[in-house]
Design a protein around this ligand. Structure first.
Ligand code: AMP
Ligand code: ZN
Ligand code: FE
Ligand code: FE
Length: 292
């Protein structure tokens, strides 16, 4: 009898300093190789800026999938808008429509970050926009960078603690970004040759989440999968989402949403089955995984 060996370890959602992770793309691919991962997808918020460095530093034996995590919104009539994160894999980085949207979102993130800081400063928290920009270091500005300024100022002990209250989407200092509609996001990723996966659809501690009807609308628009195994999902959510994926049908993925020191999540904390990964790759035509 042969006992099957462990399959490849595939983590399809990690962040670098191109957005709000704390490892540079080069450090990230080296850390992934040290952890024994076979495939990672670099999915920085609203930017592809880390791809080239990650590919150039990719150690032998590791594969890097170029991706992004696109900020979108789901708005149903009479309901407050709900933030939706779409993972887009293997898009064509030269696609003009995608590049235009990412340019718009970069400026939008900067304006919105500055407004969050203004509100916190007005309430007496001793941080500054300049310091937040230093933490972002030219990358896509996000709330975790404001969190680092709050940690440095001694207001909270960790970035995670900053989200409990001060940076919470339901708190008084929150400022919305003007994100694109989630169906338009799926269509934009497809137009750029990529495939999309709904990130952490049941991560309720971040704010309200969409219902199953909204997920099936996105599936009809061409979304390929949902992230079932994610650190912010309770076990019961994962089982429910696995069932939903089987019913629709959609691919199920698993990933860490690693952010370096900005979050407690560990690289490879959850992983994706090789069959789902291969199906995602086969459906994309914008770019190919980079094999180190
Ligand atoms: P932003 O894109 O600026 O809205 O910030 C979103 C980032 O903040 C995501 O990368 C999340 O990982 C992080 N985040 C959102 N909610 C929480 C939370 N409750 N605890 C820790 N991190 C969070
Ligand atoms: Zn993030
Ligand atoms: Fe996300
Ligand atoms: Fe993420």
């Amino acid at each position: 009898m042969t006992i099957p060996g462990p399959g490849p370890r595939i983590d399809l959602h990690v962040h670098s300093t191109a957005s709000d992770g704390t490892l540079s793309p080069a450090e990230l691919v080296r850390a992934a190789a040290r952890e024994g991962l076979d495939v990672i997808a670099l999915t920085d918020h609203d930017t592809l800026a880390g791809w080239d460095e990650a590919f150039a530093a990719c150690p032998p034996g590791l594969t890097v999938v170029g991706g992004l995590e696109l900020s979108c919104v789901h708005a149903a009539a009479g309901q407050p808008p709900i933030s939706v994160h779409l993972l887009g894999y293997l898009v064509d980085p030269r696609h003009l429509g995608l590049a235009a949207e990412l340019g718009r979102l970069k400026a939008e993130r900067s304006r919105r970050g500055e407004r969050i800081v203004e509100k916190l400063v007005t309430a007496g928290y001793p941080i500054s926009w300049d310091r937040v920009l230093e933490f972002a270091d030219g990358g896509s500005v996000g709330r975790p960078h404001v969190g680092r300024a709050l940690v440095e100022a001694g207001v909270v002990e960790s970035v995670d603690d900053a989200f409990v209250d001060l940076l919470s989407a339901t708190g008084p200092f929150y400022v919305r970004k003007a994100d694109i509609d989630a169906v338009a996001g799926v269509q934009l990723i497809a137009a750029a040759g990529g495939v999309s996966v709904f990130a952490h659809p049941a991560a309720g501690r971040r704010g309200r989440v969409v219902d199953e009807a909204a997920i099936s609308v996105l599936a009809e628009a061409g979304m390929a999968g949902i992230e079932v195994d994610h650190p912010d999902h309770l076990r019961a959510d994962r089982e429910r989402l696995r069932g939903l994926a089987a019913d629709l049908p959609l691919l199920s993925t698993g990933s860490s949403d690693f952010h370096g020191a900005n979050k407690v999540n560990r690289l490879g904390q959850h992983t994706t089955e090789a069959s789902a990964y291969e199906e995602l790759v086969s459906r994309a035509c914008g770019s190919r995984p980079y094999v180190g």
